[in-house]
Design a protein around this ligand. Structure first.
Ligand SMILES: Cc1cc2nc3c(=O)[nH]c(=O)nc-3n(C[C@H](O)[C@H](O)[C@H](O)COP(=O)(O)OP(=O)(O)OC[C@H]3O[C@@H](n4cnc5c(N)ncnc54)[C@H](O)[C@@H]3O)c2cc1C
Length: 369
């Protein structure tokens, strides 16, 4: 019996599970290793924070998906691979032997240089950690009567969407006087997005009183302030870390070929360049054709990954995959509107939010949510 190990229940692997549910693999035991029995869909997370969705609407049940697919579910994290022995080490102490492994375990939070007050810091990843911590943060803002200062560390799409979402939620609760500040190392908000979208996002932030400190990196978080790389300080009662995707340490430490950032280098068939019995997809992978870290590309990798895992387990030829060049980005602004970007084009409106809502709900419905 061949054993295929799926590490992580990310966007590509939920597609693999759905494909297995539709057409099981003969003579293969498939195991899913994931620290949580559900997968929170990050695209809907800002909507949950803004109060538009219940958390159940944003969660896929990995339990149910694995049951339907006839896959054994192990609720634990992978801490490393022994590539010579073809074994995965788990945080619960188990060792899982595999013939083939596929890794879709997502990015890790980018750590700060120094944190002397861990209780003040909310990393966006793991997302389950943010889901657990957000009600406590909201409660602290309520108790302050709105006299609260939140530093949002990051200036990309996730940080900006979260800033809009948090602001919308606080306004809805009558706490609109809380001070939100986005702090990012880039010279501009939403670097890489079309100019008109960046300008509109900046205007919307300013119109809502959300401050933005560009070109500055937060190096430390203290009890009542964050420290920036130019030595200045910003008063803050808490810091939300949304600094973009960093690679988890364990894949490169296990000996998988990785790029300079520690992301697993894969060829067009999604096989590791150093160990072809290991596949990787989603944010943890460095594709042959480099693409931005984004849920869109993780979702798109699902069908080719499912097909190639089936092919390798059944001795068929693997097919190359070339990710699309462009992706549609829809950033909700927390008020029932969204900003849309496709390549160099951008637009906005309530229609864009309705479009995003429909796409996200359709994605969830595919997997039985
Ligand atoms: C607030 C927010 C909003 C976003 N909105 C969008 C958006 O609208 N559109 C978009 O394209 N992108 C969006 N992104 C980016 C998007 O979340 C990521 O690009 C996407 O999640 C990457 O998917 P993935 O499959 O690689 O990993 P993930 O979705 O992170 O899934 C990884 C899975 O692996 C599990 N895992 C982690 N470590 C281990 C381990 N060691 N062992 C076993 N399992 C493990 C995790 O629990 C998780 O279930 C957003 C990000 C954030 C934070």
């Amino acid at each position: 019996m061949t054993r295929l190990l799926l590490v992580g229940g990310g966007h590509a692997h939920v597609h693999v599970l759905a494909a297995l549910a539709a057409n099981r693999l003969a003579a293969t035991e498939v195991v899913l290793l994931s620290p949580y029995s559900r997968q929170i869909y990050s695209g809907m997370l800002p909507g949950w924070i803004a109060g538009r969705y219940a958390i159940e609407e944003c969660a896929l049940s990995l339990d149910a998906l694995t049951r339907r697919a006839g896959v054994r579910f192990v609720e634990s994290s992978c801490t490393g691979l022994d590539l010579a022995a073809q074994q995965a080490r788990c945080s619960n102490g188990d060792l899982i032997q595999f013939d083939y492994a596929s890794i879709d375990s997502g990015p890790a939070a980018r750590p700060l240089e120094s944190v002397d007050c861990a209780g003040q810091v909310l990393p966006v990843r793991p997302i389950e950690g943010l889901v657990a911590a957000w009600p406590g943060l909201l409660q602290r803002v309520r108790q302050s009567g709105g006299e609260f200062r939140l530093a949002i560390v990051g200036d990309g799409a996730a940080a900006t969407e979260l800033a809009f979402a948090i602001h919308a939620r606080l306004v809805a609760e009558g706490l609109g006087q809380a001070r939100l500040t986005l702090i990012g190392g880039n010279s501009t908000l939403l670097a890489g997005f079309p100019f008109l979208l960046r300008r509109q996002a900046a205007r919307l932030l300013a119109g809502r009183g959300i401050a933005h400190r560009a070109g500055r990196v937060v190096v430390a978080v203290h009890q009542d302030h964050v420290q920036l790389d130019d030595g200045s300080q910003l008063a803050a009662d808490a810091a939300l870390l949304a600094t973009g995707a960093a690679a988890p340490a364990w894949p490169a430490a296990s000996g998988l070929a990785a790029d300079a950032g520690g992301f697993i280098r894969v060829g067009p068939t999604l096989q590791s360049l150093s160990h072809p019995f290991v596949f990787a997809a989603g944010d943890v992978a460095a594709y042959a054709d480099a693409r931005p870290k984004s849920g869109v590309f993780a979702v798109r990798a699902g069908p080719p990954l499912a097909a190639n895992l089936r092919a390798i387990c059944t001795g068929q030829a693997l097919q190359p995959w070339r990710p699309q060049r462009r992706a549609l980005y829809l950033l909700s602004t927390g008020d029932g509107h969204a900003l849309a970007a496709w390549g160099g084009f951008s637009a906005s409106g309530a229609w864009a939010w309705r479009w995003k809502d429909r796409i996200d709900r359709r994605f969830m419905a595919q997997f039985g949510a």
